[in-house]
Design a protein around this ligand. Structure first.
Ligand code: ADP
Ligand code: MG
Length: 256
Protein backbone atom coordinates (compact mmCIF):
# COMPACT_ATOMS: atom_id res chain seq x y z
CA UNK A 1 0.00 0.00 0.00
CA UNK A 2 1.42 3.36 -0.96
CA UNK A 3 1.09 6.10 1.49
CA UNK A 4 -0.01 9.46 0.25
CA UNK A 5 1.49 11.98 2.56
CA UNK A 6 0.02 15.41 2.73
CA UNK A 7 2.48 17.63 4.48
CA UNK A 8 1.75 21.00 5.95
CA UNK A 9 3.50 22.50 2.96
CA UNK A 10 0.68 21.30 0.75
CA UNK A 11 -1.85 23.37 2.65
CA UNK A 12 -2.85 26.75 1.24
CA UNK A 13 0.05 29.13 1.60
CA UNK A 14 -2.08 31.84 3.11
CA UNK A 15 -4.80 32.45 5.64
CA UNK A 16 -5.89 35.54 3.76
CA UNK A 17 -9.60 35.27 3.03
CA UNK A 18 -10.62 38.68 1.72
CA UNK A 19 -7.99 40.88 0.09
CA UNK A 20 -8.58 44.35 -1.31
CA UNK A 21 -5.66 45.96 -3.10
CA UNK A 22 -5.64 49.54 -4.35
CA UNK A 23 -9.42 49.67 -4.66
CA UNK A 24 -10.95 52.85 -6.08
CA UNK A 25 -14.60 53.62 -6.64
CA UNK A 26 -16.36 56.75 -7.83
CA UNK A 27 -19.99 57.77 -7.85
CA UNK A 28 -19.82 60.45 -10.55
CA UNK A 29 -17.44 63.09 -9.22
CA UNK A 30 -17.43 61.57 -5.72
CA UNK A 31 -14.34 59.47 -5.01
CA UNK A 32 -16.04 57.20 -2.50
CA UNK A 33 -13.29 54.57 -2.04
CA UNK A 34 -9.73 55.81 -2.32
CA UNK A 35 -6.83 53.36 -2.62
CA UNK A 36 -8.26 50.87 -0.17
CA UNK A 37 -5.85 48.14 0.93
CA UNK A 38 -7.39 45.71 3.37
CA UNK A 39 -6.70 42.08 4.19
CA UNK A 40 -8.99 39.97 6.33
CA UNK A 41 -7.56 36.69 7.55
CA UNK A 42 -9.56 33.56 8.29
CA UNK A 43 -11.36 33.75 11.63
CA UNK A 44 -10.71 37.43 12.05
CA UNK A 45 -13.38 39.88 13.24
CA UNK A 46 -12.86 43.35 11.81
CA UNK A 47 -15.05 46.24 12.91
CA UNK A 48 -15.28 49.15 10.48
CA UNK A 49 -16.22 52.48 11.97
CA UNK A 50 -16.27 56.06 10.73
CA UNK A 51 -18.52 59.03 10.09
CA UNK A 52 -21.62 58.77 7.95
CA UNK A 53 -20.76 59.03 4.26
CA UNK A 54 -17.19 57.79 4.69
CA UNK A 55 -17.72 54.79 2.38
CA UNK A 56 -18.30 51.95 4.85
CA UNK A 57 -21.40 50.56 3.15
CA UNK A 58 -19.86 50.92 -0.29
CA UNK A 59 -16.82 49.00 0.94
CA UNK A 60 -19.03 46.12 2.11
CA UNK A 61 -21.05 46.16 -1.08
CA UNK A 62 -17.98 45.89 -3.30
CA UNK A 63 -16.93 42.67 -1.52
CA UNK A 64 -19.97 40.75 -2.74
CA UNK A 65 -20.13 42.76 -5.92
CA UNK A 66 -23.31 44.67 -5.24
CA UNK A 67 -21.07 47.52 -6.46
CA UNK A 68 -18.38 47.27 -9.11
CA UNK A 69 -15.01 48.95 -8.61
CA UNK A 70 -13.15 51.30 -10.97
CA UNK A 71 -9.65 50.03 -10.24
CA UNK A 72 -7.73 47.73 -7.95
CA UNK A 73 -8.47 44.13 -7.07
CA UNK A 74 -10.63 42.14 -4.68
CA UNK A 75 -10.20 38.44 -4.02
CA UNK A 76 -12.22 36.13 -1.79
CA UNK A 77 -10.45 32.93 -0.80
CA UNK A 78 -7.79 33.58 -3.43
CA UNK A 79 -10.18 34.05 -6.34
CA UNK A 80 -11.09 37.31 -8.09
CA UNK A 81 -14.76 38.24 -7.88
CA UNK A 82 -16.84 36.66 -10.65
CA UNK A 83 -18.68 38.98 -13.01
CA UNK A 84 -22.06 37.33 -13.37
CA UNK A 85 -24.23 34.23 -13.49
CA UNK A 86 -24.02 31.20 -11.26
CA UNK A 87 -20.50 32.05 -10.11
CA UNK A 88 -21.75 35.40 -8.84
CA UNK A 89 -24.64 33.76 -6.99
CA UNK A 90 -22.12 31.43 -5.37
CA UNK A 91 -19.91 34.36 -4.36
CA UNK A 92 -22.90 36.00 -2.70
CA UNK A 93 -23.53 32.79 -0.81
CA UNK A 94 -19.87 32.61 0.24
CA UNK A 95 -19.98 36.24 1.38
CA UNK A 96 -23.06 36.44 3.61
CA UNK A 97 -24.46 39.91 4.07
CA UNK A 98 -26.75 41.30 6.74
CA UNK A 99 -28.11 44.79 6.17
CA UNK A 100 -29.56 47.48 8.39
CA UNK A 101 -33.00 46.79 6.88
CA UNK A 102 -33.60 43.10 7.30
CA UNK A 103 -34.50 42.41 3.66
CA UNK A 104 -36.43 39.22 4.31
CA UNK A 105 -38.87 37.96 1.68
CA UNK A 106 -42.19 39.29 3.01
CA UNK A 107 -44.38 36.68 1.32
CA UNK A 108 -42.39 33.71 2.52
CA UNK A 109 -42.39 32.25 6.02
CA UNK A 110 -39.36 32.48 8.25
CA UNK A 111 -38.56 28.85 7.50
CA UNK A 112 -38.90 29.36 3.74
CA UNK A 113 -36.65 32.43 3.94
CA UNK A 114 -33.88 30.32 5.45
CA UNK A 115 -34.43 27.37 3.08
CA UNK A 116 -34.61 29.24 -0.21
CA UNK A 117 -30.97 29.99 -0.97
CA UNK A 118 -29.87 26.56 0.16
CA UNK A 119 -32.17 24.93 -2.38
CA UNK A 120 -31.67 27.41 -5.24
CA UNK A 121 -27.97 28.24 -4.98
CA UNK A 122 -26.40 25.41 -2.98
CA UNK A 123 -28.72 22.77 -4.56
CA UNK A 124 -29.39 21.23 -1.17
CA UNK A 125 -32.39 18.88 -1.15
CA UNK A 126 -35.50 20.20 0.57
CA UNK A 127 -35.43 17.92 3.58
CA UNK A 128 -31.81 18.70 4.38
CA UNK A 129 -32.44 22.42 3.80
CA UNK A 130 -35.36 22.36 6.20
CA UNK A 131 -33.38 20.51 8.87
CA UNK A 132 -30.55 22.97 8.55
CA UNK A 133 -32.94 25.95 8.62
CA UNK A 134 -34.63 24.73 11.80
CA UNK A 135 -31.29 24.11 13.45
CA UNK A 136 -30.09 27.64 12.59
CA UNK A 137 -33.35 29.25 13.65
CA UNK A 138 -32.98 27.49 17.01
CA UNK A 139 -29.40 28.68 17.23
CA UNK A 140 -30.40 32.34 16.81
CA UNK A 141 -33.34 31.86 19.18
CA UNK A 142 -36.32 32.10 16.82
CA UNK A 143 -37.08 28.42 16.27
CA UNK A 144 -40.66 28.78 17.47
CA UNK A 145 -41.30 31.51 14.87
CA UNK A 146 -40.48 29.24 11.91
CA UNK A 147 -43.95 29.23 10.38
CA UNK A 148 -44.67 32.94 10.82
CA UNK A 149 -44.22 35.66 8.22
CA UNK A 150 -41.54 38.34 8.74
CA UNK A 151 -44.08 41.09 9.50
CA UNK A 152 -45.32 39.04 12.49
CA UNK A 153 -41.86 39.22 14.10
CA UNK A 154 -40.14 42.02 16.01
CA UNK A 155 -37.22 43.82 14.35
CA UNK A 156 -34.72 41.97 16.51
CA UNK A 157 -36.27 38.63 15.59
CA UNK A 158 -36.30 39.53 11.88
CA UNK A 159 -32.64 40.48 12.00
CA UNK A 160 -31.79 37.17 13.67
CA UNK A 161 -33.68 35.38 10.88
CA UNK A 162 -31.63 37.37 8.35
CA UNK A 163 -28.46 36.15 10.08
CA UNK A 164 -29.72 32.55 10.01
CA UNK A 165 -30.54 32.91 6.32
CA UNK A 166 -27.00 34.05 5.53
CA UNK A 167 -25.51 31.30 7.72
CA UNK A 168 -27.57 28.66 5.92
CA UNK A 169 -25.38 29.20 2.87
CA UNK A 170 -22.26 28.17 4.82
CA UNK A 171 -20.55 31.48 4.08
CA UNK A 172 -16.79 31.86 4.26
CA UNK A 173 -17.19 35.38 5.61
CA UNK A 174 -20.08 37.41 6.97
CA UNK A 175 -20.54 41.11 6.31
CA UNK A 176 -22.74 43.10 8.67
CA UNK A 177 -23.65 46.64 7.66
CA UNK A 178 -25.03 48.43 10.71
CA UNK A 179 -27.18 45.43 11.64
CA UNK A 180 -28.62 47.05 14.77
CA UNK A 181 -29.09 50.64 13.59
CA UNK A 182 -32.75 50.21 12.65
CA UNK A 183 -33.66 48.37 15.86
CA UNK A 184 -35.44 49.62 18.94
CA UNK A 185 -32.88 49.87 21.76
CA UNK A 186 -34.23 46.91 23.70
CA UNK A 187 -33.64 44.63 20.70
CA UNK A 188 -30.05 45.58 19.97
CA UNK A 189 -28.48 43.22 22.49
CA UNK A 190 -30.26 40.10 21.29
CA UNK A 191 -28.75 40.65 17.84
CA UNK A 192 -25.31 41.58 19.15
CA UNK A 193 -25.29 38.44 21.30
CA UNK A 194 -25.87 36.26 18.24
CA UNK A 195 -23.00 38.06 16.51
CA UNK A 196 -20.77 37.64 19.57
CA UNK A 197 -21.45 33.92 19.55
CA UNK A 198 -20.63 33.70 15.85
CA UNK A 199 -17.36 35.50 16.48
CA UNK A 200 -16.52 33.09 19.30
CA UNK A 201 -17.32 30.18 16.99
CA UNK A 202 -14.60 31.41 14.64
CA UNK A 203 -16.60 33.01 11.84
CA UNK A 204 -14.69 35.53 9.75
CA UNK A 205 -16.62 38.77 10.08
CA UNK A 206 -16.56 42.33 8.77
CA UNK A 207 -18.88 44.45 10.87
CA UNK A 208 -19.84 48.07 10.28
CA UNK A 209 -21.29 49.29 13.55
CA UNK A 210 -21.54 52.16 15.98
CA UNK A 211 -21.79 49.70 18.86
CA UNK A 212 -18.47 50.36 20.51
CA UNK A 213 -19.08 47.78 23.22
CA UNK A 214 -19.28 45.12 20.54
CA UNK A 215 -16.14 46.48 18.88
CA UNK A 216 -14.24 46.34 22.16
CA UNK A 217 -15.30 42.83 23.06
CA UNK A 218 -15.50 41.06 19.70
CA UNK A 219 -13.12 42.77 17.28
CA UNK A 220 -9.60 41.64 16.59
CA UNK A 221 -9.05 44.85 14.67
CA UNK A 222 -10.74 48.20 14.20
CA UNK A 223 -10.60 49.90 10.81
CA UNK A 224 -11.42 53.60 10.91
CA UNK A 225 -12.59 55.18 7.66
CA UNK A 226 -13.09 58.81 6.74
CA UNK A 227 -13.69 60.42 3.35
CA UNK A 228 -13.29 57.17 1.44
CA UNK A 229 -9.95 56.26 3.00
CA UNK A 230 -8.76 53.90 5.69
CA UNK A 231 -7.29 56.42 8.07
CA UNK A 232 -6.30 54.11 10.89
CA UNK A 233 -6.17 50.40 11.76
CA UNK A 234 -5.51 49.17 15.26
CA UNK A 235 -6.55 46.72 17.92
CA UNK A 236 -9.65 47.92 19.81
CA UNK A 237 -7.51 48.51 22.91
CA UNK A 238 -5.11 50.75 20.97
CA UNK A 239 -7.80 52.47 18.98
CA UNK A 240 -10.12 53.39 21.82
CA UNK A 241 -7.45 54.34 24.34
CA UNK A 242 -4.98 55.97 22.01
CA UNK A 243 -6.29 56.91 18.55
CA UNK A 244 -3.46 58.29 16.44
CA UNK A 245 -5.22 60.45 13.85
CA UNK A 246 -7.05 63.71 14.51
CA UNK A 247 -10.01 62.38 12.51
CA UNK A 248 -10.35 59.37 14.79
CA UNK A 249 -9.91 61.47 17.94
CA UNK A 250 -12.60 63.84 16.71
CA UNK A 251 -14.94 60.96 15.80
CA UNK A 252 -14.49 59.22 19.14
CA UNK A 253 -15.02 62.42 21.09
CA UNK A 254 -18.44 62.71 19.47
CA UNK A 255 -19.66 59.16 20.01
CA UNK A 256 -18.14 58.08 23.33
P1 ADP B 1 -21.31 55.15 4.89
O1 ADP B 1 -21.85 53.75 4.84
O2 ADP B 1 -19.94 55.25 5.53
O3 ADP B 1 -22.26 56.10 5.53
P2 ADP B 1 -21.67 55.06 2.03
O4 ADP B 1 -20.73 54.04 1.50
O5 ADP B 1 -23.09 54.70 2.14
O6 ADP B 1 -21.09 55.64 3.39
O7 ADP B 1 -21.62 56.34 1.10
C1 ADP B 1 -20.39 57.01 0.80
C2 ADP B 1 -20.74 58.19 -0.08
O8 ADP B 1 -21.18 57.71 -1.35
C3 ADP B 1 -21.83 59.10 0.44
O9 ADP B 1 -21.50 60.44 0.12
C4 ADP B 1 -23.05 58.63 -0.31
O10 ADP B 1 -23.97 59.68 -0.44
C5 ADP B 1 -22.47 58.24 -1.64
N1 ADP B 1 -23.21 57.16 -2.31
C6 ADP B 1 -23.46 55.93 -1.79
N2 ADP B 1 -24.14 55.17 -2.68
C7 ADP B 1 -24.31 55.94 -3.78
C8 ADP B 1 -24.93 55.72 -5.07
N3 ADP B 1 -25.48 54.55 -5.37
N4 ADP B 1 -24.91 56.75 -5.95
C9 ADP B 1 -24.33 57.93 -5.63
N5 ADP B 1 -23.72 58.20 -4.47
C10 ADP B 1 -23.71 57.22 -3.55
MG1 MG C 1 -23.59 52.94 5.60
Amino acid sequence: MTEVSVTKDAAPATDELVVLGGVNKHFGALHVLQDIDLTITRGEVVVVIGPSGSGKSTLCRTINRLETIDSGSITVDGKPLPQEGRELARLRADVGMVFQSFNLFAHKTVLQNVMLGQVKVRKTDKKAAEDRARQLLDRVGVGVQADKYPAQLSGGQQQRVAIARALAMDPKVMLFDEPTSALDPEMINEVLEVMQQLARDGMTMIVVTHEMGFARSAANRVVFMADGRIVEEATPEQFFSNPRSDRAKDFLSKIL
